[in-house]
Every structure is written in C-alpha cells, then in structure tokens.
Ligand binder design. Sequence first.
Ligand SMILES: Nc1ncnc2c1ncn2[C@@H]1O[C@H](COP(=O)(O)OP(=O)(O)OP(=O)(O)O)[C@@H](O)[C@H]1O
Ligand SMILES: [Mg+2]
Length: 256
Amino acid sequence: MIRLKHVYKSFGENQVLKDLNLEIKNEEVFVLLGQSGYGKSVILKHLMGLMKPDSGEVLIDDVDMAQLKGRKLYAKLLDIGMIFQMGALFDSMTVGENVAFYLEEHGIRNGKKINKADIPQLVREALEKVGLKGKEDLYPSDLSGGMRKRASIARTLIYQPKYVFYDEPTTGLDPVTAMTIADLILSQHRELRRTTVVVSHDIVSALRIADRIGLIEEGEIKLVAPPEEFMKFDHPTVRIFNKMIGGDIDGIRHAW
Ligand SMILES: Nc1ncnc2c1ncn2[C@@H]1O[C@H](COP(=O)(O)OP(=O)(O)OP(=O)(O)O)[C@@H](O)[C@H]1O
Ligand SMILES: [Mg+2]
C-alpha cells in the first residue's frame, strides 16, 4: 500500500506540494489528474525516493521512501516499475535489448530469480503482449510515438514489479492511439493485478481505466473518488471535464 502523509515540497519560492495526503490501495488503478506543472511528476519522483520531501512521509508497504538511500533504495526500487513521461528508451539499443534490459541487469522477475537463458523468450512474449511482436531488431528511432510507449511498457512490465507507475502515458498521442494505450494499461493490470498509479491530464483515459481518480490542485489532493462519483463533484475543474466529455462516462468506460 502507498501512503503519502502531510508531504510538503518547495523549490525555492515555488511551493509545489502543501500538506499532501493520499492513500493508494493495493491492486487498484489510481489515476492522478492535474494540470501541467501541478506536481504530478514530482509526486512520482517522491514515490521512487528520487526526490525527498521537505517534510512528511512517503510510505510504500510501510517503508518511508524519504528515508531510504543508496543500496536500500536500490533494492526497494526493484519493486517499482516506472514508465517515464518521455518513454526513456535507450536510443542506442534495439527494442529487444531495451526490453531485456532490467532482466539482464537484475535477473529478477516478479521478485524471483530468473534463468538468463529464458530472457529472449520473455522478451518475445512481452513484445507480443503490447502489440509489438517481432519488432526486437528495430531501434527506438524507427518507432512511432505510440509504439515507443508500448515498448517502454513492455520494458517495465517484463519484470512484473509490484508497483507500476505511469507518467503521462497518453500525452502527445492522437485520441485513438491514446485509447489503445489506456486499454493496454488496463489489460496488463487485469493480467498482473499490480498496484498501478497513472498521472495524467487526460480525463478520457482516466475515466476509461481508473478504479479511483484523484485531483491535485494547489499542492494538495482536492478530490478523490471512483469515476462516476468523481464526475459528480461540484468543482470548477470537474465542470470543465464534464463539458469535455459531454457527460458520456458510460461510453468511455471500458466495457469488459
Ligand atoms: N528539480 C526541480 N527543481 C526546481 N523545480 C522543479 C523541479 N522539479 C519540478 N519542479 C517544479 O515543480 C512544479 C511541478 O512540476 P511537475 O514536473 O511535477 O509538474 P507536472 O504536474 O508533472 O506537469 P506536466 O503535466 O507538464 O508533466 C513545476 O513548477 C516545476 O517547475
Ligand atoms: Mg509531469
């Protein structure tokens, strides 16, 4: 379970997080919505222990990420998979090498040691799952934006981390591709049941995949609720979201 308690974070005069409190349940898909610059990536960096709060606690399974350093932090990060905002593939490696990277590096999958001879097969399976079957030998520069996202999802999910964090997975994609990426996040969640945190400003994808949606504004979590309830809040941002989607939540929610 993830819990942020009374988290404050400033950069000089810029107070980004102000007494932020948030609880994310095991195995849920939690989508954190907020405008550009409101601190969504900053929160993910705190969850990964890469940024430390000025005060407050950032607990993952009751371990305070704010207190972890060095080898202990490194070990804890094996539980966490992050799909970065820009994809962050290694441009000099093929897609196959990118997807194999964590397994080659750590030899751990789902918390257990693997046989490195199995890696090529695991890479094939991971690429197939994200719709990139047989693309091992291409380079990231050969891929479209949507394919790059898929490759970075495969690269992370191949080691089946306990927590999966996505930073803006659908930003910069056309609406149809965005929807296919949202559906991929959801299908991977259905398969692995990993606690999944998605930060985004994409209300459509949020409604499609979230078990619960949170809204960050003014450095704190203003609203949290399941999608249908969330869209009923009497709040200026929610009113804008409702206008954007024309009230059609059922049409957007994934029909499984
Ligand atoms: N290392 C840093 N040093 C100084 N300021 C920072 C640093 N990291 C983030 N900030 C500031 O914190 C604020 C929140 O940034 P953050 O990247 O979390 O926004 P975001 O919600 O992820 O936006 P976007 O949707 O555009 O990705 C911004 O004002 C940003 O300039
Ligand atoms: Mg960001």
